[in-house]
Design a protein around this ligand. Structure first.
Ligand code: HEC
Length: 283
């Protein structure tokens, strides 16, 4: 290849940068438009006979003499016609604010995230049960619930759900047995703990909250181990029945593994606890 005079190279670079083609030496673009023209004459464009002459005698050409109406290569014409912001960028740009909101929303969700059932249960216990049962369930006005005590009374979670829902008087008159009939120190009976009353929580907790606080007493205060497949993978790590079915329906009501209401209108269980094959962790 013959040496291209420096002033032509510079003119090429200036032209390219004026057209927004970036670095003057970009891919294969070393050829000046004048050199490229004879190889591929632009169809339809006014062919410039002077181009060939200019290419033949580049050394003779002085910058002042050639006020170039050079034919533009097709890629230059395309670059000129191109809109400054490509059309595909429009939806991308339009989506940016939406993405920002989603991103920030994701961050604040992590900070204020929905508590798990056990976390919610801890809050309820501290507010509504600890005054009588002690902050760690050691007992007081109410019976001790920690160290496996509540699990001895209720090896099956069903019985505990009902007892907390109904309280002492809802369970029956003084002396009504409740919980496991084979409890090691004898079955518990209502009003047998210094004659104190366990209040009913049917009016003050939702069924979802009942499950939360009962789980907290069993799993955290009393150390019940529940099967890993009974812990759901949703945000609340909700407890499931052993068959994998949810314990709460979409409206937050307790349901049996068959999907029917767990409590009847009086708050009594529709499914009887099985003390020999307990559900909900016996610790
Ligand atoms: C006003 C005091 C008081 C409050 C508040 C209270 N309890 Fe009780 N709880 C008792 C008493 C008293 C008993 C014993 C009941 C009986 O002998 O009839 C009891 C018994 C229990 C038992 C049965 C324990 C066993 O081994 O027999 C459970 C479970 C229980 N309470 C859970 C709860 C939960 C859950 C809360 C909060 C949502 C709560 N209690 C709030 C006083 C209370």
């Amino acid at each position: 290849m013959t040496e291209v005079p420096e002033h032509l190279l510079k003119r090429s670079r200036d032209r390219r940068s004026a057209l927004g083609l970036g670095g003057g030496d970009g891919g294969g673009g070393d050829a000046t438009p004048a050199e490229a023209a004879p190889a591929e004459p632009a169809p339809g464009a006014a062919v410039e006979p002077a181009a060939a002459t200019a290419a033949a005698a580049p050394a003779a050409a002085t910058p002042a003499v050639a006020p170039e109406p050079e034919p533009l290569p097709p890629y230059v014409e395309a670059a000129l016609k191109r809109k400054k912001i490509p059309i595909w960028a429009m939806p991308v740009l339009a989506f940016l604010p939406v993405w920002a909101i989603i991103y920030v929303g994701g961050l604040s969700k992590a900070a204020t995230g929905q508590p798990t059932q056990l976390q919610a249960g801890a809050t309820i216990f501290a507010a509504q049960c600890a005054t009588c049962h002690g902050s760690t369930g050691g007992g007081g006005v109410g019976r001790p619930l920690s160290n496996g005590d509540v699990l001895k009374t209720f090896p099956d979670i069903l019985g505990q759900l009902e007892f907390v829902w109904l309280g002492s008087s809802g369970t029956g008159p003084s002396g009504t047995p409740y919980g496991d009939p084979n409890r090691e120190e004898g079955q518990h009976k209502t009003l047998s703990y210094n004659g104190n009353q366990m209040p009913s929580f049917k009016g003050s907790l939702t069924e979802a909250q009942l499950l939360e606080v009962v789980r907290y007493e069993r799993e955290v205060l009393s150390g019940a181990k529940i099967d890993a497949k009974q812990v759901g993978t949703d945000a609340t790590a909700a407890m499931l029945w052993p068959n994998g079915k949810p314990m709460l329906d979409s409206s937050g009501k307790l349901i049996t593994p068959d999907g029917t209401a767990l409590f009847d209108a009086d708050g009594k269980l529709t499914l009887q606890p099985n003390w020999t094959e307990p559900v909900g962790g016996s610790g």
